[in-house]
Ligand binder design. Sequence first.
Ligand code: ADP
Ligand code: NI
Length: 235
Amino acid sequence: MYKHPVLLQIELFARAFHSGDASGHDWHHIRRVRGLALYIAEKEEKGDRFIIEASALLHDIPDVKLNADNQKGAKKLKAFLNSLPLAEYQKEQIQNIVASISFKGGNETELLHFEAMAVRDADRLDAIGAIGIARAFAYGGKKGQPLYDPELPVRKQMTEEEYRNGKTSSIHHFYEKLLLLKDRLYTERRKNLQKNATTLWSSFYRNFSKNGMLNDENISSPGTDKILRGKSAVW
Ligand code: ADP
Ligand code: NI
């Protein structure tokens, strides 16, 4: 199938940047996000496919988790885009979309354009379900956080700084971000997700707790359902 030469260039750059990552942001995360974003665009018959594909391939290049700091990440993306034979408005569009993807502990940007919605939803679809469970534990291990710590509260509101650097566990991350995503999607794909994501998590969590991992009294009484309905801030 014909591929725009600039997209091939972008793909090579993204592959090189993400290869060797062990935090759930490896090249195959990027590949899946590209596939999902294009699938969403095709199903809904909307959006500029070139912009969607380029933005999906580049969406994690400036991620602060993968760079020394925010500014260095943004510079890296800008320098790469400037090396490509693209119009100024296209570079700007891609940069704006990439900058709007992040969850930031709930302090996220409202989206206005379909291209950004498709890429953000695709990234979020890859953060839930079985892949999402695997990625969260991979990230937690890489970051050095515990699988689960019964003494930590589940944080409901936080600044981006608290979200990035505060104490949490991989199980907590589901309550602090991943289970909230189903209500924060824009495209039609959210309908499938709303049905499936919580069911898989509930079954995973039940099994996890059955195996003696959650033997703390804070968590044995209020069940997952109560936490999901927001009736309990602490397990
Ligand atoms: P964004 O880039 O949208 O702000 P995040 O920084 O929340 O998104 O993270 C992207 C992915 O990294 C998540 O979907 C999850 O898999 C993983 N991740 C981030 N923070 C944590 C955490 N504290 N514990 C476990 N996984 C995490
Ligand atoms: Ni991503």
